[in-house]
Design a protein around this ligand. Structure first.
Ligand SMILES: [Zn+2]
Length: 635
């Protein structure tokens, strides 16, 4: 009797503590990282009477921290005082802590005077699960606390969002640039209200607790020697979906399956075979109730056993008496026939006891230069050995050339060989191989042969005469000159509505011709805010040097707009205006800082060219030609 009473009491206590944990500590087990924007030398936006955004962000974050801790959450801050912190450092803290939610706190400013306030929430565009869910609750709560009616929620590509492994949002609580709002932000009430709104939203987001995943991986990187992997994980609540992205090496076709769980244990395996190489597997887990676990990045090292290898000379035979470096190419395959994409030590044995130690290239195709002394008489044996296993072997015949031949190399000015160059000669053509090497033969009756080199974009077409004076030509190094070294390797994104295409296409051709890689971003004209998607694409591709945005507006004069703090965009816009005014056209351009979405929401230098709807024919083409000319010397 006493015993059952005791059990009853224990049960009662358990139930009581459990339910009070639910009501008093709704965020128990949830980890939140708060990121007050700016700080130190970077004050962010400044209100009309001098209120700093960085201070305001910090004050809101501190209130929010106290509130979330009262709810039982574990709260971290990227900064707790007025100090400078780079965007990279903020993301680094998020990667280290893997919080269940990352909240960056900012206040907005507008160049154009704004009368009405509004809140803007940006959620991590790469994660439409928890980030979007939290963002939606935040915008709802901020609205109910009176932070403006036309509030916006937008998928964002800001640095701290797109590089964040955790579900993440960036809040622009209100406009510090509006005098009335600035005044409110100086008093406690507007700050505590904002913190309270965000706290309630975070409570709603995690109303069923966070999703915690435990992945069973014995080591990192995970080493795999079959084309398939198999991962086991446990989840704190039912998982309905896993998103898996594979990055690195040359990406194989990738698919995977999630097996139905046994209890809380799940099994994940890939449905397409992997090739050898180094990858990173990024996993995002989605629970039934909409919560998401922080993204897990797992390095994979796939080492499939070698299958057949192949060795071939760039030339089909060794010309008798050849003295110098003789290029051969070694292809290493996996057992399933794909090129083996990993770098391994290789020992190359050739001819009489000659040995060369090297490493295979990670793309599976390796160029080797054999040092020949001119004394090869028998077929030249070449062997590639890894771990005392012969991966490839061949015999290259040695014979007296019956035709004139050229064993040559096409190079860039820095002496690196250039593959993929088309060489037209006589009625034939060839394409240069890895390292820029090529081999050609032509009849003895011609002493000289003209070669036309058709290089990839960015290099000038070149012709060259091969002069033999009756003896075989061995090495002919042909240096290709870039059309403009300045734009070679630069990446430029062009944003414009589809209806501008003929003009934009010729802009892209001009930029390509100068060696730039150009990314044409689609801007569907039937969408309300097509620039949102384009800006995300720009942010995801971190290597873009310049964004050119071309648009049409109800304005009287052509506008060139740049980032408000100036920089390269302003420099280009100023030069464009000056050169056009001095040109025979005398065309006038108005240069101003801009608040265009792509200017304020991308990390790249951005120049916006806005054209009036009615313009003399050819004006847009003329402006773009001048722009290309300026870009030649702008990098
Ligand atoms: Zn800010």
């Amino acid at each position: 009797m006493i015993r059952s009473k005791l059990i009853f009491l224990l049960l009662f206590l358990l139930v009581a503590t459990y339910s009070s944990a639910l009501t008093l500590q709704p965020l128990k087990g949830v980890t939140v990282l708060l990121d007050p924007g700016h700080g130190g030398t970077d004050s962010g936006a400044i209100g009309p009477t001098g209120l700093k955004e960085s201070d305001t962000n910090l004050r809101v974050a501190k209130y929010l921290k106290t509130l979330l801790e009262a709810d039982g959450a574990e709260v971290f801050m990227t900064r707790e005082n007025d100090r400078s912190l780079t965007l990279g450092e903020r993301v680094e803290i998020a990667s280290r802590l893997s919080p269940d939610l990352f909240v960056s706190i900012h206040h907005n400013a507008s160049l154009k005077p704004r009368k009405t306030n509004r809140s803007e929430i940006y959620y991590n565009a790469l994660d439409q699960g928890l980030s979007q869910r939290a963002g939606q609750f935040m915008i709802d709560r901020l609205e109910s606390f009176g932070f403006g009616e036309e509030s916006l929620i937008v998928p964002g590509g800001f640095f701290v969002l797109r590089n964040n492994p955790a579900p993440s949002v960036l809040s622009e609580g209100s406009y510090i640039s509006i005098p009335e709002i600035e005044k409110q932000l100086k008093t406690g009430k507007a700050l505590t209200n904002q913190a309270e709104a965000l706290r309630q939203a975070i409570r709603e987001t995690f109303s069923n607790g966070p999703l915690k995943i435990k992945l069973f991986a014995s080591e990192t990187p995970v080493k795999i020697d079959t084309p398939y992997f198999n991962f086991i994980f446990t989840a704190s609540k039912p998982v309905t979906r896993v998103r898996a992205r594979l990055t690195g090496a040359e990406q194989p076709r990738f698919g995977f399956d999630l097996l139905p769980p046994i209890g809380n244990t799940y099994r994940l395996y890939n449905s397409n075979p992997l090739k050898s190489g180094e990858y990173v597997l990024q996993l995002t887990f989605y629970a039934k109730d909409g919560t998401v676990a922080p993204r897990i990045s797992l390095p994979l090292l796939v080492n499939l056993p070698f299958g057949t290898g192949r060795i071939r000379g760039v030339a089909p035979y060794v010309p008798a008496g050849f003295c110098g470096k003789f290029p051969v190419i070694i292809d290493l395959h996996d057992q399933d026939g794909n090129l083996n994409q990993r770098s391994v030590p290789l020992a190359i044995f050739y001819g009489k006891n000659q040995e060369l130690i090297t490493k295979s290239d990670a793309d599976g195709r390796t160029l080797i230069l054999l040092d020949l002394k001119g004394d090869e008489k028998h077929p030249l044996e070449v062997r590639a050995v890894h771990d005392s296993e012969i991966l490839a072997q061949t015999f290259i015949p040695v014979r007296k050339p019956e035709k004139r031949f050229v064993l040559g190399k096409v190079m860039m000015p820095d002496q690196t060989g250039l593959a993929g160059v088309r060489i037209d000669y006589g009625l034939k053509y060839l394409i240069t191989e890895k390292g820029g090497y090529f081999f050609m033969e032509y009849p003895m009756i011609y002493d000289n042969m003209k070669l036309n080199l058709v290089p990839p974009p960015g290099f000038a077409e070149t012709e060259t005469w091969i002069k033999t004076s009756g003896v075989p030509v061995f090495y002919q190094n042909i240096a290709l000159m870039p059309v403009s070294a300045n734009l070679l390797g630069k990446k430029i994104a062009v944003m414009a509505p589809a209806s501008f295409d003929p003009t934009v296409k010729s802009l892209i051709d001009d930029l390509n011709y100068l060696g730039a890689g150009v990314n044409r971003l689609s801007m569907p004209e039937n969408m309300a805010n097509p620039e949102y998607q384009a800006a995300i694409e720009i942010n995801l591709d971190k290597s873009i040097n310049l964004v050119i945005s071309v648009k049409s507006e109800k304005i009287a004069q052509i506008n060139a707009r740049h980032y408000h703090r100036g920089g390269k965009g302003k420099m280009i816009a100023d030069r464009l205006a000056k050169e056009l005014q001095n040109s025979p056209s005398g065309l006038k351009i108005n240069v101003t800082p801009g608040s265009d979405y792509e200017i304020s929401h991308t990390g790249a230098t951005t120049i916006v060219l806005a054209f009036p709807e009615k313009m003399p024919p050819g004006s847009m083409e003329l402006v773009l030609k001048h722009l290309v000319n300026i870009l030649k010397s702008s990098f």
